[in-house]
Design a protein around this ligand. Sequence first.
Ligand code: PMP
Length: 351
Amino acid sequence: MKILYQLNSKIKDLKPYEPLKGDFRIRLDANESFLSLPTNVMTEILDTLVQTDFNRYPDSLALNSCRAFAAYYGVNPELVTAGNGSDELISVLISTFLMKGDTVVTLSPDFTMYRFYSSLVEVRCIEVVKKSNFTVDVDELITVVNQTSAKMILFSNPCNPTSLGLTREEVRKIINSVSALVVLDEAYMDFWDQSLLQEADQYDNLVILRTCSKAIGLAALRIGFAVANETITSAIRAVKSPYNVNTLTQSAASVILSNSEILKEASNQIVCSRILLSQQLENLLKRKPNRFVLFPSCTNFVFLRLNDAKSVYEQLLLKGIAVRFMGDCLRITAGAPQENTELITALEQIL
Ligand code: PMP
């Protein structure tokens, strides 16, 4: 019988996403938290595990997790939607608010999944290229969004991979100057202080994304949140798949998000590690002048530009240290103090 389907042009060359595989002593390539959960939190999570009705579907709206998230961040729980990682929410937002042929604007460099999910729904994706120092020309961005009648603009703040951030004032200016829906991805905002979460319901055209995969330390369990006004929230909830966040993840997220002191302490520790790593790199730069450019970070990672990024990356791998290679740049997650020190020692030898 003749098979009627074909691999269509939008997917035929796609390859499955493959994170770096291998047994590396030090993993600084995925911007995860280097802290494991405290024993008492782990015990609390395990207690919920034995009470789980494994034969029942999860709560489709993950209400307890949304409430715990809302209480921790001081937002209205009615305006919070949980996703299977914020990654899923990016996909849901794009397929909810864009139609084939619409225009979406992203920045470059920025988180690549915005472009990827856009390509799947056949929208026109315009990338506004950042300046050579990776800062954003906010006025140019606004002009492009308006001139192309874009329906949506997506960007991360602070940015993965550049580690730089736009101030609250700059982001407010973008939201107020465009009629497009602004998807503001605050995946790394726990490490900085310019969040617009408290203002999410004040705009007709804003969705803020947060994740539990970074500062909260739950990357393994996959949960993220979208915060927006009622109309947008209803639309996201209507489009997402019904049981998108599993029960174990919901329970663990509710427990950890209710431990605000532990979370704040963890964020502090991670920020301290990144500050220390930046200082160590600045000192290294004094010993190896002009060997690389270090960008100022407001995240849990640092971003370096260097001519021989590929070779440095490969030599680090040989020494058992994984970082993220990106063209002429390396993105390095702040690790435990000992990991950072080993990284610096390795870099000193390689450079
Ligand atoms: N947004 C940004 C900017 C990210 O860097 C990441 C993870 N690398 C995500 C979203 C996705 O996070 P998750 O799906 O783990 O919530």
